[in-house]
Structures are given as structure tokens and as C-alpha cells.
Design a protein around this ligand. Sequence first.
Ligand SMILES: Cc1cc2nc3c(=O)[nH]c(=O)nc-3n(C[C@H](O)[C@H](O)[C@H](O)COP(=O)(O)OP(=O)(O)OC[C@H]3O[C@@H](n4cnc5c(N)ncnc54)[C@H](O)[C@@H]3O)c2cc1C
Length: 464
Amino acid sequence: MKAWTLLTELGELKGFEEQLGVNRPRGNSYSRDFRGPNWLDLRKASAEYADHDPAVLVIGGGQSGLSIAARLKQLNVDTLIVDREKRIGDNWRKRYHALTLHNQVQVNHLPYMPFPPNWPTYIPKDKLANWFEAYVEAMELNFWTETEFEGGSYNEKEGRWTVTLRCADGSQRSMHPRHVVLATGVSGIPSVPDIPGLKDFAGKVMHSSQYDDGENWKGKRAIVIGTGNSGHDIAQDLHSSGAKVTLFQRSSTLVVSIEPSAQLVYAPYNEGTLEDNDLIVTSMPLKLARKSHALTAEKSKALDKELLDGLEGVGFKLDFGEDNTGWQFKYLTRGGGYYFNVGCSDLIVKGDIALKQFADLATFTATGAKMKSGETIAADLVVLATGYKRQEELVRKLFGEAVEKRVGTIWGFGEEQELRNMYRRTGQPGLWFIAGGLAQCRIGSKHLALQIKAIEEGLLPRGA
Ligand SMILES: Cc1cc2nc3c(=O)[nH]c(=O)nc-3n(C[C@H](O)[C@H](O)[C@H](O)COP(=O)(O)OP(=O)(O)OC[C@H]3O[C@@H](n4cnc5c(N)ncnc54)[C@H](O)[C@@H]3O)c2cc1C
């Protein structure tokens, strides 16, 4: 019998094991100091950073930031998360009204603290946001809200950063962490293509990141440009709020039904332990993973045949990812370009949401979109669901061109068959990246935390 593939991952550092379960910390019992600081006093002091700086500064307190901070906490690495939002969880709370997660609860647990067993299969955004608050409290994470990271520079000799934070009260705080982890999600810088005549449009124009609720657009006419998840979800939200919606498609899009098709890639998580499944996901060789995803994509295509035929029938341009590897590889290589159908495709097929090709647009005018055919689509609102600029742009903005060059391309598979610069050392010592869906953050945070710990303990060199 020959082995088909051997699955390995970085699991723990000998001598620096996490103190979990039977190895949990003892806390104070008999020997407590009745006059000394209690747990709450120590928690407060630890999060204040009045007289010291953290070893690791995490920028962004979404699932990426929480996962890495929780892992580092178990490894006794002093870590502070900063986020510009007012309240922990606002990164989810502020998304569109109807949002529930697209993948199922058993795939999405944060490290150490699984979602309760009575939780719904598809978690609503506000429930997840509130869980983030509970998680920060339960995992004792140091978290500064309303704190903007403005940028920093690295001192090679000292092996530490000088960074500037804009705090909630408007004051500036300079810090010198040895590591900065960017957990900022997508770059946050909207990507807005050059759209002819859009500046002449007299109605409201907004990027998808500014959209939160369709209620104000009841009875109005809306154009949504872009057919990824955001474009579809916003079109559907506007439609169900009573707006007349036209969706413009810019390029071919992969469409997959939320259930069962989109869930097929997570099938292993329906049995076995979370740890075993995470190991399989982590260590499956890329070539094999592509093959297995192509098989899954083929199955999805067959399951969704009626829907896909209907979409093609109304002129929707479909694709199935590079080499037909399906939605997950599109996400891993491009970060988007697909839609999980939760009903918008059906509305498009029925004609309840009109579909136009962007290539057929002549120009925008004050009143709406003028097509090359001469037809005019009147509108009060244009939503640009056109995605975000690449993370590299954010690196340049925060750290300058030299650091951007040192780091290079972020995301997508590199020569080593891993996502470039994610969850691993980058060309810039002390700068790390974490991003992705909840499962990716749970998995990636483990490896990233162990590498930072190994550097802190002198087991790995600082540089790449
Ligand atoms: C509509 C929608 C549905 C999705 N559905 C799913 C799903 O079902 N399952 C799934 O796993 N994934 C889903 N995703 C994808 C992904 O999980 C999310 O985008 C997720 O929010 C990424 O988490 P994150 O922590 O990396 O980034 P974010 O959630 O974007 O958090 C980044 C944080 O960084 C902060 N920040 C950024 N810059 C700075 C700065 N300079 N200073 C201070 N703070 C800063 C922001 O305020 C923000 O809170 C969905 C995404 C969208 C848009």
C-alpha cells in the first residue's frame, strides 16, 4: 500500500505549548493577595498600555484580528488589537440589513471557542458581531476601538516599528511594537472604474461599501454595477425594498446556489473533528486541491443546471473559474468574481431584476444610463459594486513604497504553492498579513502565531 499524500502542519512549539484543558493556568486560590490587584485590575492594566507597548500590534478587529490575537494570547505574546470602528463587531454590523453568512456554522468557529450548538446553520451578521464582543471579553483580548492606525516605519537595527495611532479622544499615540499584523480585510480603498459620463449623473452615486439599507430607495430606480456577491445582494435588497433595479454585468461571473452547491467544498466538515478537517484543508497539495475542486465544481454545475440555463437565457455571462475549479479557487486567486445565489439569480431569470451588459453602455447622462442601442435606463441611484483596490496599495499608503516593494504581491498562489504573503513571513521583517473567511482565519492564525512566537523566542530569525 502506498501513501497517496502525507498531511503535515506546524502544530506547536516544544516548550511553549498552549495552556489548555488539563494544562490550564491555575489562577490564584489560597495564596491570593487580599490587598493586591484582582483579576479585573490586572485586565484593565494589561489593556491600557500606560507604561509599555505591546510586542504585537494587530490592525483590524474583524475575525482575522481576533483569531490571531487569541492565538498569541495563548502563547503569552503581548498583543493589542486596534480598530477604527466604534464598537467591536461593527465590521459585520454595518453590512447590509439581510446578511447572513454564506457558509455553515460548523465551518466557521473562531479558535478555542466554538459557536453554541443551538446556533442557526447560517449565522446572521448582527449575531456574529455580538459574538465578537463576547469573544474579546472571554478570551481576554486587548482591544482599542475608535483607534486608527495611521502608518509606521521599521527600524532594522532595533527590530521594531515606530507606528502612529489616532485614538478615540483625537490624541496621537506612538508605539514601538516588534510586529505589526495587518488584519484590515480587503484594502478598504474602493476600486472605481472609469465609467463614461458618471460625473454628469444627477442622482446619488455610492460604492457598495457605503450601502447599508434599501429602505430609502422604495419606489425609486436603481442601477447596480457589478455582479459579484455584493452587487447581487445589493440588487436583491433594493428590489425587496420596492426599488426598480437594473444590474449591469461587467465580466463573466461564477454563480453557484448557496445550498447544496456552494457547501460541497465544505463537505468534510460535516463529519470528523474540526482539527482533522483543518489539517486536511491546510496540507492538501495545491495540485490535488485544484483537482478535487474541479470535481466539486462539475457536480455543482449539474445540480444548478436549471438555474444556469435560465441565466444564460437572459444573457448572463457565466464562467466556472480558472480550469473550471469553481468558486473557492476564484476566491483564492482573485478574491471574488462569484455569486452564491440566495435568490437574486432567480429574480434575474424572471426579469424582476433587469440585466444589462456593461459593454453595451454608451454613457451616463444626468438622468440615467444611455445604452449603445439608444435605450435610456432612468435612475435615481447608482451603486458601484466594483470591488476594492489591492492590499498592496494599502501597504504603500501605510508604510511607503520601499516596504510595498519588499513585500510584493499579496494573495493568490505563488511559486511555493501557498497564498502569497499570507499567514507567513513577508519580505518586510515584522510585517504580517492575515485575511479570509472565518475558517481561513482560524487555520491561518495558528501558523502565523507560532511563527511570531518562534521569532520572539529566538527560534526563528527575524528576517525572511
Ligand atoms: C457581504 C459579505 C458576505 C460575506 N460572507 C461570508 C461568509 O458567509 N463566510 C465567510 O467566512 N466570509 C464571508 N465574507 C468574507 C469575509 O469573511 C469578510 O469580508 C470578513 O469580514 C473578513 O474579515 P477580516 O477580519 O479579514 O476583515 P474585516 O471584517 O474587513 O475587518 C477589518 C477591520 O479592520 C479595520 N481597519 C481597517 N483599516 C484600519 C486602520 N487603518 N486602522 C484601524 N482599523 C482599521 C476595519 O475597521 C475593520 O473592522 C463575506 C463578505 C461580505 C462583504
